[in-house]
Design a protein around this ligand. Structure first.
Ligand SMILES: [Zn+2]
Length: 72
């Protein structure tokens, strides 16, 4: 049987994987359980959310913008 507790390393992997495709309910439950007790991982989750929002905003604002190329 898998341990219910996860390490910060496992937590960060689950947080990054969740950005690509949702974690299983059990993995999400274990992650949330860890986030309750670990302020470092909560901070990391906040940083990931901020980077995701910044990337989305940059993507939307750069649509139609022609970036200069090195050959010009
Ligand atoms: Zn942690």
């Amino acid at each position: 049987m898998k341990s219910l507790d996860i390490t910060c390393r496992q937590s960060s992997l689950l947080l990054m994987q969740d950005a690509d495709e949702p974690n299983s309910l059990f993995a999400q439950w274990r992650l949330n359980r860890h986030l309750v007790i670990c302020s470092a991982c909560r901070c990391f989750k906040g940083n990931l959310t901020l980077m995701k929002q910044a990337t989305e905003r940059w993507r939307k604002e750069s649509i139609g913008f022609n970036f200069p190329t090195s050959s010009q």
